[in-house]
Design a protein around this ligand. Structure first.
Ligand code: FES
Ligand SMILES: [Fe+2]
Length: 461
């Protein structure tokens, strides 16, 4: 680390100085929250919309982050984004979602108008204004940087930041290999959680919690999913000694639990395929059972996808050449859990130092005429309608948020082997707060977006 970086980092309040210890005040201190709002959020790529939300020309959706609001709109010339403020006296032009084809955006205060390309088309009583105050470029909507990747529109308030793919790093190639951009929404839920946004992100960064938080998942474990489940305290897999029948039986039960517990990720069709493979995979050698069952599942999922004309990737090829981690992160607020061909996706946005907006999608390959879901089901965070597994995940979080305030609780202590991602994430935030060089921060993002259950990484500063 250079002396300049060291000096800049040294000025960051509540900085992570010991990589295995995260100061508890980072999760509720107002000054720290405001520093993040000033130095992290305005410089990072944020998932603003799924492209399915705006399928037709004129469709728009509002993306909110802290005190900012952005309009993401599909135009004839592609997806564009604008800061959501009238150029007259600042009124927000749109709320939520809609279609502006033929009408454009109309300010509800004095009726100024714009077309979907952001060009001002009408000023009521124009003659009462000084023309010098109505320069066309000045009264057009202010554009916001937007890029499309992975079936989503991403915005960034920083015009100097590297592109989405350059910022996120190799994770984008791993997800491209799985044709992520062609996935469609099966379900979308949204709720407010009484926790700091980082706490919500961190609940998904390690498999160490599975044993206690998701006991129903801690049963049938396939070799290629060990990373997700983490193993028991000694790192043993409960089914290592099972017979092939037992193994397949438990695996199907497990897939069923994942399917219902996540309301997706593992799809109903995956379970049907697994059922068909019962009896087909027989061997004395468990390693062969694991690998054969896994290979046959992926072959059948690919074949079935092809038969239906869906862009399901050849999962055996993808997993051999560019395997994805069980959870793939895109700093700072988005992550996906790829399973076979389906995925779950999460987006977490700060609201206040101790509240955040938590969203969950279930994604799968569907034909074009499949019913399109373009808005979330909004519910209270303790609703029993939230899928079971994420409900278990964030069930602990409000209690954790309260516990962090306890007298004498100065810092979280992390496992350097399995909880390193939390440290990596937090230290990258410190890099942003220290305003380190953007090229360094981009490189550090690659070291942070490197999977799941990861050890503490060198971020280069
Ligand atoms: S504030 Fe929008 S037209 Fe006046
Ligand atoms: Fe979990």
């Amino acid at each position: 680390m250079t002396a300049t970086d060291e000096a800049a980092l040294g000025k960051v309040p509540l900085r992570v100085t010991h990589p295995q210890r995260i100061p508890s005040r980072r999760y509720y201190d107002r000054e720290f929250f405001e520093l993040e709002n000033e130095h992290v959020w305005p410089h990072v790529w944020q998932m603003a919309a799924r492209l399915e939300e705006i399928p037709e020309v004129g469709d728009y959706v509002e993306y909110k982050i802290l005190d900012k609001s952005v309009i993401v709109v599909r135009t004839k010339a592609g997806v564009k984004a604008f800061h959501n403020a009238c150029r007259h006296r600042g009124v927000q032009l749109v709320m939520e979602r809609g279609n502006c084809k033929g009408k454009g955006f109309i300010c509800p205060f004095h009726g100024w108008r714009w077309n979907m390309d952001g060009e001002n088309t009408f000023i009521y009583g124009r003659r009462i204004f000084d023309e010098a105050n109505l320069e066309q470029a000045e009264i057009n909507l202010a554009p916001c940087r937007v890029e499309l990747w992975g079936g989503m529109a991403w915005i960034n308030f920083d015009d100097t930041a590297a592109s989405v793919k350059e910022s996120f790093g190799p994770v984008t190639d791993r997800l491209d290999a799985r044709n992520m951009e062609n996935l469609k929404v099966e379900g979308w839920w949204s709720f407010e959680l009484p926790t700091n946004w980082k706490l919500a992100m961190e609940a998904f960064m390690e498999g160490y919690h599975v044993m206690r938080t998701h006991p129903q998942l801690f049963q049938a474990l396939t070799e290629d999913k060990i990373g997700y489940f983490g193993g028991d305290a000694e790192g043993k897999m409960p089914l290592k000694e099972a017979s092939a029948e037992e193994y397949i039986d438990k695996t199907i039960t497990q897939l069923g639990r994942l399917h219902t517990g996540m309301a997706g990720m593992v799809l109903a069709t995956d379970i049907e395929i697994a059922e068909r493979l019962r009896g087909e995979v027989v061997s004395e050698d468990m390693a062969t059972v694991y690998s054969t069952f896994s290979r046959r599942m992926k072959e059948e999922i690919f074949a079935e996808g092809q038969a239906k004309g869906l862009p399901v990737p050849d999962l055996n090829v993808v997993d051999a050449t560019m395997p994805a981690a069980s959870v793939e992160y895109m700093f700072p607020h988005y992550f996906v859990l790829p399973y076979y061909a389906g995925m779950s996706a999460y987006r977490i946005r700060p609201l206040t130092p101790e509240t955040c907006q938590f969203e969950l999608w279930s994604l799968a390959f569907h034909p074009e005429d499949h019913e399109r879901i373009t808005a979330p089901i909004v519910m209270p965070h303790d609703s029993p309608d939230v899928p079971e597994i994420p409900r278990q995940d964030y069930g602990n979080l409000p209690r954790q948020q309260l516990g962090l305030h306890a007298k004498g609780f100065e810092y979280m202590r992390l496992s350097h082997q399995m909880e390193g991602m939390i440290s990596n994430y937090q230290r990258l935030i410190d890099g942003f707060l220290a305003r380190l060089d953007m090229a360094k921060l981009t490189k550090a993002q690659h070291a942070v977006n490197d999977g799941f259950n990861r050890p503490i990484n060198d971020l280069g500063f």
